[in-house]
Design a binder for this molecule. Structure first.
Ligand code: T3D
Length: 266
């Protein structure tokens, strides 16, 4: 295994690809190798037709602590001006865009702290299930930065602008129970149950009409910036596509024949 590959572990079972961020000694902080390996793992999962649901989690006691600050320590001792935008564009944006546009459900199994860009990573997934000991920190302000990697896009849409501003201004830790009460996560489960609960959900999703789920993700992404008429038109267009799928025909036939459907994701 190359050093880069070791930073992200992938396993597959019955249509589910699990991607584990694997630098537990630094709470899965993102160095370049981890970001590249994560990007590659997501590209592979997107391309592989046998993968119908993706789970992202962290090794050890954390989900992800964001940018590896030690990895970029040189910036802070050099007299050169620091330029962060190009680093984000090159290494973070492709990961976030792929998570949001991949037409497969992506579940974040948030096993511990998700801080800074690690919090953004969790927010960019479609569904978040948290362990009781998990937490979310928009840690950027603690190091004098602006939330990035789409935290300013996802967070207010998930919990509202007022709460997003408070979280981002203070950089405080939001515990799993509060995250649940704000709608940032859909479920909180005992730490020991997280892998099994997420696997159960992922298995369920992977057996569903995943083509329709992918198109639904497209529709909900578009709805964030659309007006009513254009969204209605977009739904009609996507429904035309879904209507021609195997799974639509199968779903209706199975209903009429009073048998369980066999969805193929196409
Ligand atoms: O290119 C760019 O820079 C732009 C992109 C920016 C995106 C960002 O993500 S900016 C925000 C970066 N992240 C942070 O500021 C979070 C830093 N970490 C923390 O605040 C804390 O570690 C946590 C609140 C996440 C967890 O605290 P705690 O007490 O549970 O753990 P700890 O003891 O602080 O951390 C354990 C180890 O992980 C420790 O190493 P050690 O002392 O055992 O050798 C610590 O240094 C290391 N670690 C944790 N987070 C990072 C890290 N090492 C490097 N980078 C980290 N982000």
């Amino acid at each position: 295994m190359t050093d880069q590959a070791a930073h992200v572990l992938t396993t597959g079972e019955r249509g589910v690809r699990t991607i584990t961020l694997n630098r537990p000694e630094v709470l899965n902080a993102c160095n370049l190798a981890l970001l590249q390996a994560l990007g590659q793992a997501l590209r592979d999962a997107e391309k592989d037709e046998s993968v119908r649901c993706v789970v992202i989690t962290g090794a050890g006691r954390a989900f992800c602590s964001g940018q590896d600050l030690a990895d970029v320590a040189d910036r802070y001792t050099s007299p050169e001006p620091i330029e962060l935008g190009s680093h984000l564009r090159k290494h973070y944006h492709p990961v976030i865009v792929r998570l949001r546009t991949m037409e497969k459900p992506v579940v974040a199994a948030v096993n511990g702290v998700a801080a800074g860009a690690g919090c953004s990573l969790a927010l960019a997934c479609d569904v978040r299930i948290a362990a009781e000991s998990a937490s979310f920190i928009e840690a950027f302000v603690n190091v004098g930065l602006v939330p990035d990697s789409a935290s300013t896009f996802m967070l207010p849409r998930l919990i509202g602008v007022g709460r997003a501003l408070e979280m981002c201004f203070t950089g405080r830790k939001l515990a799993a129970a509060e995250a649940l009460s704000l709608g940032l996560v859909t479920r909180v489960v005992p730490d020991a149950d997280l892998p099994a609960e997420c696997a159960k959900l992922a298995q369920k999703l992977s057996g569903m009409p995943t083509r329709a789920i992918g198109l639904t993700k497209r529709a909900l992404n578009a709805a964030w910036t659309a007006d009513l008429e254009s969204q209605l038109e977009y739904e009609a267009m996507l429904q035309t596509t879904a209507g021609q799928s195997h799974d639509h025909r199968e779903g209706v036939l199975a209903f009429m024949e009073k048998r369980p459907p066999k969805f193929l994701g196409r």
